[in-house]
Ligand binder design. Sequence first.
Ligand code: PHE
Length: 343
Amino acid sequence: MALAEFVAELAGLLDDAEKAFAAAGDAQALEAARIEFLGAKSGRLKNVQKGLAGVDKDDKPAAGKRFNEVKEAIATAFEAAKERVERARTAVAGRRGSEQFDPTLPGRPVRLGHLHLLTQTIEDLKEIMGRLGFTAASGPEIEDEWHNFQALNIPPAHPARDPLENFYLATAGAATGSGPLLLRTQTSTVQIRVMEQTPPPVRIISLGRVYRPDTADATHYPMFHQIEGLLIDRHATMADLKSVLRLFAKSYFGGDGHIRFRPSFFPFTEPSVEVDMSWNERWIEMGGAGMVDPNVLAAVGYDPEEVSGFAFGLGVERVCARRYGVTDIREFYKNDVRFLEQF
Ligand code: PHE
């Protein structure tokens, strides 16, 4: 046989082998191709090798060299195909979680989350106060000094306006001409916003975030939530305030909820009280309340001779922590699923 003929045969063989290995889609098909080309007894490579004997004597070294190169190339093509098939198999197995895919097994349930405990609490509080006729209102978290202080009867010299007690925004306000802006320190701002827009009677709650530069510890955090209530009507009294808070405590904590007032001071209420709630025989301070100060009513354009009202502000984290036995307020904000999934 002439060298050229032998070399052409080798070339055809390599071409066929590479195509067959590349086309093999799984281990079984690849094994069949391996036997066809590389089979020890009657593989096609073996058959071509037999032809080497018939090559002219002078051409034998060249033919042998070429044969070895093709043999190597076929082996390489086979190894590559083997790796590819193996990789595909483990990828599929990995996706299915096991080597065998059993389509009769039940599917894996998707892990469902749920509302954050504070969000649940806010919804509960809205629901309870809704039953008492209070509609939810909201206001901005970035406030001007009028709504956070001035209209609430907190004069410029009041210690609550100390820049160290507030998160003032460095740049905002100057551009819009609204004066300094700050993160609201209390939801009482919403009282003002609602009364400015609505003639009496008013019966609202407002729930949301408030911000104070407190160092975080078990009972303090620079951001927390308040629920604010406001009722304005003719002849609203402190007894109404107490009834509403008592009903609130009973509904939220269950039959054992009691409340207690302690005299206090807020610039925007007169008289003012601290509100304690008892649950499981312990008193805990939940916030402040009082009769809306006539100066506040006048600031929003109401006639203090015509209408009166009460307001209260409670800490959402406080009532929630009390009810669910949460001992560290920081747990609410850590986003640790082990904590959150308990509720
Ligand atoms: N705004 C007060 C606070 O944040 C609470 C309060 C609200 C007191 C309404 C009286 C009336 O401490």
